[in-house]
Structure formats: C-alpha cells, structure tokens
Design a protein around this ligand. Structure first.
Ligand code: UT7
Length: 310
C-alpha cells in the first residue's frame, strides 16, 4: 500500500508587514532584506488568533479538498514549535475543534523540518494498514516568539498554516522515498529561550549542504535521477539557500517553488503552504515527481520524493 496526499489546504493571516514597515521599526533596510534573504513581506497574525486557530482553518480546507469527514480521521499530527501552550497539544485542540472523534493526536517537534517528519510518520501508519486517513498540519505563529529588537532574526519570520490529508493511493503514486536526520550538536545555532536565537552563518552553511545532499539522497533511494524531477518544494527560509538546492538538482528556476518573498520563513508551514500555492497555479500536475526538502532547529532535516496523484 502506498501513502500519498489526497487533499491540501492553507491559511495565511491577512495582515501584511513589508520590509518598509520594518525599516521604520529597526535598523534595517528593504535592500538588505531582499538581497540577503529574498523576503519582501510577511504575514503576522493578530492577538485574536493563536497557532491552533491558524491550523484549524488550514485543516478544514484540506479535509474539504480530500472529501474526508472529521469522523473519518484516524490521526492528527501537528508540526509546530509555537504551540498555544506546552500541553494540551495543538493536535488535541484541533481534534476537538474539528470533531475528529476517533483520531489519535500529537504534535511533532522538529522545527522547520517538522512537516517532513509528520508526513513520514503518517506514511508508516498508512502503509502498514493501521490507519487510513491522517491529517498533517504545519503551522506556526512565530511572531509571538520573535525578538522584535533583534534585526538578525526579526526580519526573517512570518505566521501561517498549511495542511494535507494523507491516505492510501494507487501503485506508483505517493511517497516513493524519504530521508530524515538530526544533529543535536548544532542545537546551539538555532533555539528558543524566551525568543528565537540564531547564529545565521552557521545555520546557512548547514542548510546549503543538507538541502542539496538530502534532495539527491531521496532520488537515489527511489532509483531516480535529477532528470526525473518535475518540481522542487524547498523549505522557504532564504532564497539563497533554496537556490543552492535547486542548482544541486540542476533544475530551471520555474521548477522550484518560491513563496518566501510573500510570507518569509513560516517554519513547519512553509512546505505545505508552497505546495498549495503551486497546485492552485497549476504548476504541479498528476504524475509529477516532486521533491520536498526542509531543515531547521535541532538541528533537523528531512526530504521526501513523491509521485503526485491519488
Ligand atoms: O528555518 C531555518 C531558520 N534560519 C535560517 O534559515 C537562517 C539561515 N541564515 C541566513 O539566512 C543568513 O545567514 C541571514 C539572512 C540570517 C544573514 O545573512 P548573511 O549574509 O549570513 O549575513 P551575516 O550574518 O553575515 O551579516 C552581515 C551583516 C552583519 O553586519 P556586520 O557584522 O558585517 O557589520 C549584520 O549585523 O549584516 C548585518 N545584519 C543586518 N543588516 C541590516 C544582520 N541582520 C540585518 C538586518 N538589516 N536585518
């Protein structure tokens, strides 16, 4: 049995904060942010909407798209590092809000690679026949842990949510291979005490190396080559890091998803948000080979090669 995506949804808060807005608040410039990161603006959720509220809206859309009723969900996995509170988990909050009566629920903590960890976890339950419908939500309200006095990090992040429903799909479709990894010795380069703290240069070096390597590794594991790739969905942290992964796969620009300019780095939400946008733009088609790849605090990383379609 193969596990694939049967429905997707995303939710982006309305409030746009541009680089020019940030220029007024701190010692930075639109020019610096654009050239160093590719970010032009980001969305910031209001006080009335926490992580569970963002995730709930994305989850509803994914369930509708998949034509799966809440009572049919077997498991809810929420990838986030900004839960409403340490417990109950955001997944449990969604279980209640959605009315997913029979669902098991837990949060996955793997920072920006969290959505990859969530999808691979879902795959295990689906392919063993234990569960049929698994809802995976990648959601962050990073604005609540951003240090707005620290220009090194404040310009990078945004809020948002993306969700997919995974279930059994036909032979040859769905997840073909994956790679997950971690290196806790690099935890000191990106962490949260009260706020997000980061050694940008160290994370950058790690990300460039890992994004490329993991992308190539999942292709090899699936018995495929760079030429087989139709579309790359990298974690949207920094256009320069994304470009390095694209070049490693020797893909033309139009075959890589880019939403970082509009939403900044939304951590665990960035890959599913990008996936929804590319589907809506008609850039991902049935039968396409998609490579998704992410990295983040932990340090963690994950990549998936997937044949799109049910
Ligand atoms: O999801 C994972 C999360 N993290 C990441 O993906 C981050 C990975 N790292 C990066 O994306 C990049 O390292 C950054 C975008 C964070 C920084 O870019 P960089 O090219 O590595 O710049 P840098 O850290 O080497 O800093 C260059 C200069 C510094 O000034 P000095 O020390 O050379 O005088 C910084 O103080 O840029 C300065 N700087 C800024 N200037 C204007 C740092 N932040 C800003 C800012 N505006 N917002």
């Amino acid at each position: 049995m193969n596990a694939g995506i049967i429905g997707v949804g995303r939710f982006i808060p309305e409030n746009i904060v541009t680089n020019l807005d940030l220029e007024k608040q701190m010692d930075t410039s639109d020019e610096w942010i654009r050239t160093r990161t590719g970010i032009e603006e980001r969305r910031i959720a209001g006080d009335d909407m926490d992580t569970s509220g963002l995730g709930y809206r994305a989850a509803k859309k994914a369930l509708e798209a998949a034509n799966v009723a809440p009572e049919e969900i077997d498991m809810i996995l929420v990838a986030t590092v900004t839960p409403d509170q340490p417990f109950p988990s955001v997944a449990c909050m969604l279980q209640d809000k959605l009315g997913a009566k029979k669902a098991a629920a837990m949060d996955v903590s793997a920072a920006c690679a969290g959505f990859m960890y969530g999808m691979v976890t879902a795959k295990q339950f689906i392919e063993t026949g234990v569960y049929k419908n698994v809802l995976i939500v990648g959601v962050e309200k990073l604005s609540k842990v951003t240090d707005w006095e620290d220009r090194n990090t404040a310009v990078l992040f945004g809020d948002g949510a993306g969700a997919v429903v995974m279930g059994p799909v036909s032979e040859g479709k769905g997840i073909l291979s994956f790679e997950l990894g971690s290196d806790g010795s690099g935890g000191k380069y990106l962490y949260q005490d009260t706020h997000i703290r980061m050694n940008g240069r160290e994370v950058f070096k790690f990300a460039v190396r890992q994004m490329g390597e993991s992308s190539v590794n999942v292709l090899e594991k699936a018995g495929l080559t760079k030429e087989d790739v139709d579309f790359l969905i990298p974690h949207q942290a920094n256009i320069r890091i994304m470009e390095a992964a694209r070049q490693r796969l020797e893909l033309p620009v139009e075959k890589m998803s880019k939403t970082v300019h509009k939403y900044g780095n939304t951590s665990a939400a960035s890959i599913p948000i990008s996936m929804v946008e590319e589907l809506e733009a008609g850039k991902i088609k049935d039968g396409d080979l998609i490579v998704m790849v992410g990295f983040g605090g932990g340090l963690t990383w994950g990549a998936i090669a997937m044949r799109w379609g049910k």
